[in-house]
Design a protein around this ligand. Sequence first.
Ligand SMILES: [Zn+2]
Length: 313
Amino acid sequence: MNTHNLMLIDPHIHMTSRTTDDYQRMREAGIVAIIEPAFWLGQPRTEVGSFKDYFSSLVGWERFRASQFGIKHYCTIGLNSKEANNEALAEQVMELLPLFVCKEGVVGIGEIGYDDQTPAEDRFFRAQLDLAKEVGLPVQVHTPHRDKKAGTITSMEVCLEHGIAPDMVVIDHNNEETVRDVLDRGFWAAFTIYPNSKMGNERMVEIVKQYGSERIIVNSSADWGVSDPLSVPKTASLMLEKGISIEDVRKVCYQNALDSFGKSGQMHESDWLTTTNVDQREKFSDNSVLRGGQTPVIGEIKADTALESNIVR
Ligand SMILES: [Zn+2]
């Protein structure tokens, strides 16, 4: 994998479900910043307190954990479409959201949208769009895997209906069928690169060849399922190998994520361009990332070079 020391951003990855090995490999591959959308954890939640602790971990513990590996962590906060179908609980989650969306490092409302495209999903998607508008944050939209094209178009129409500007909305999980509609309407078009299925990175190369790099964003959406936290660096590397210019690769694997979510006012290039100090002896609520007998990484990490080669011990 050769990404010519490009700085990369993965704007959709669920690190709560990943390990410290992933953080380390991601940083070594050039990922300097990530965005973790609030999502469904596999096991349906039954209490509002579970959402509260989860949101707290996204703005607290996980942000700390990423920092221990030289990665800047941001998140989006929202009620995911799947759990919107538990309406009694969803109503309580809606009351919780305003307490979290203005916290440091929250760069949007997300991931929200449609899963099965039920009336309950529609109700809570709309309520959260109103919240996004009220607080002036970008929106990260999850599009359904079934009936994708119709669901994607509905998602955009509902955003417009709620008076949200297309450049404040990242439409996620696009494919060849949806990309034209999304770009033509002025929305950001994000693509999730899944290993062995759906959007592979070969297909992503073809999309960038055909549509260029304007408003196109690449992410991994790595989570607790079969997924790859190195999807962004691997795709960047393949694009360069296939003759896509370094400027275009930089846009789809870095700059566009920064330009879209940067509209939150919470994410600035200077956050990682200034030399990052890592001290793995640090603790968050009495916890460190180290286990017995391990040697902590302590030192400065410069943004444009890989982690291990750049540690000053
Ligand atoms: Zn996701």
